[in-house]
Design a protein around this ligand. Structure first.
Ligand code: EPZ
Length: 426
């Protein structure tokens, strides 16, 4: 296993391009199952979860072209007409919860599926009960055997239904949207997720021939069609990677130009960092982020919420920035029940944070000092790297595979901006 060693105290300087969005590419890869022809995805980021999804599609009998051409031209052509094993086994699912995303497409296309029930993960129990309830309303039946969900669609295929999610669920919305694309009739989804990645998935489905209304709102209507064709689709830029890089400048100071920033998809994040005093300036499609290393940010309260609110996937990174801000920040996590795994590790660097349930009280300190750290989940790892950039002296981060699951070599990007991060075998 790899670990990262960080020398803190170097402001960031330079420019870097925002990679394709992990949480758009995952449902898009699952959507390929619905197509009667190859789906080519352009701007696929080079990261672990997508490699796992590619392995899963290959396991089922599909084929994925070499993920990455030379350099950064990331293209994947996915051919799924030969899928003859609509199954997602435990050894693949346990590393990536999002494999539940193949359930809807497999039921719609193959009429059956056997998917290992995703285990919990560091940030919470994360069931998929909302997905299953909605698919049941479309006529699917489920048995649980040996930790696998054995699913079957009705003889004549899934039926349209009027679905209402009691909780906003991103992959739940994506799963039902994909299942409904080939279901007979018009399926409506109320209290649908509005995240940009849901819209990106819907736009790709429309390009493949699906009929979808209401993308970006909480009311979706999907009119089933007999079949979907292949297509070529460009994955949207990753608003969470972009937000993480903005947070890196907030923590370390300096001046960075983020090329290809998805402004509309990250208004909440930009606004919150701007109100903390980070200089953020749009330059065409690029965003210039600046902070004088000698000028700390102002503390800001923040509460996570579904889009267009401040995303839960940016909570840990924002908290890292607030550990060095002037004043007290109240950070409230409303989406997951246990997404403060980074707090204990940030305190090892000298941060002053106290937890009361879903609320973290962050009292800004003058400085942090390096220490050995352990990653627990994807975004917690990112927040620890950011804090280490500003911590005096050396920090190390073990279990870096958490980071590599969700970022396109974040350490390399930060080093190209002047950070001093060494990757070594643990
Ligand atoms: C998606 O996860 C993202 N993953 C997550 O990003 C993100 O944190 C999350 O949405 C919230 O924005 C992908 O898109 C691949 P949810 P998802 O269903 O769909 C509960 C990252 O860091 N819930 O919107 O799994 C659930 O426990 C990852 O990139 C149920 O109770 O999240 C959570 O408390 C982490 N039953 C809340 O709803 C269900 O059936 C929102 O979850 C489904 C969800």
């Amino acid at each position: 296993m790899d670990r990262l060693v960080v020398e803190g105290g170097f402001p960031l300087k330079g420019e870097t391009r925002v990679s394709g969005a992990k949480n758009a590419a995952l449902p898009l890869m699952a959507a390929s199952i619905l197509a009667d022809g190859p789906l080519t995805l352009v701007n696929i980021p080079r990261l672990g979860d997508l490699r796992t999804m590619g392995r899963l599609i290959a396991f089922m009998g599909g084929s994925v072209s070499p993920f990455w051409e030379n350099g950064e031209a990331e293209v994947a052509t996915i051919e799924t007409r030969n899928i003859d094993r609509p199954e997602a086994p435990h050894e693949l699912v346990k590393t990536m919860r999002a494999s539940a995303l193949v359930l809807g497409p497999l039921l719609a296309k193959c009429g059956r599926a056997k998917v290992s029930l995703p285990g919990g993960c560091a940030i919470g129990v994360r069931p998929i009960d909302l997905h299953l309830t909605a698919l049941k309303e479309m006529g699917a039946t489920f048995d649980l055997s040996g930790g696998d969900i054995v699913a079957a669609a009705p003889k004549g295929g899934l039926k349209a239904a009027r679905i209402r999610f009691e909780t906003v669920t991103v992959t739940g919305t994506e799963n039902i949207m994909m299942a409904a694309a080939l279901a007979d009739g018009v399926t409506t989804i109320s209290n649908a997720a509005k995240e940009p990645e849901v819209v990106d998935t819907g736009e790709a489905l429309i390009k493949m021939g699906a009929k979808i209304e209401g993308l970006g709102t909480d009311e979706l209507a999907i009119e089933g069609v007999p079949s979907l064709s292949g297509a070529e689709y460009r994955v949207m830029p990753d608003r969470i990677e972009a937000g993480t890089l903005i947070a890196a400048v907030a923590v370390a100071g300096g001046e960075v130009l983020l090329k290809g920033t998805p402004f509309k998809a990250m208004a909440g994040v930009i606004e919150k960092f701007a109100s903390s005093g980070l200089a953020l300036e749009a330059q065409g499609d690029d965003l210039l982020a600046r902070r004088d290393p000698l000028e700390p940010l102002k503390a800001q309260d923040m509460t996570t919420s579904p889009f267009p609110g401040f995303p839960t996937d940016m909570q840990a990174q924002f908290m890292a920035a607030m550990t060095l801000a002037r004043g007290v920040s109240i950070v409230t996590e409303t989406i997951f029940e246990n997404r403060f795994m980074h707090v204990a590790e940030l305190k090892r660097l000298g941060a002053d944070i106290s937890l009361e349930g879903r609320v973290a009280v962050v009292r800004g300190v003058k400085s942090l000092s390096g220490a050995p750290l352990t990653a627990s989940d994807l975004r917690a790892s990112a927040s620890l790297i950011l804090a280490a950039l500003a911590a005096k002296g050396q920090s190390s981060l073990a279990r870096v595979y958490h980071l590599d699951r969700g970022y396109n070599r974040l350490d390399r990007k930060l080093n190209s901006l002047g950070a001093k991060i060494r990757r070594e075998k643990e």
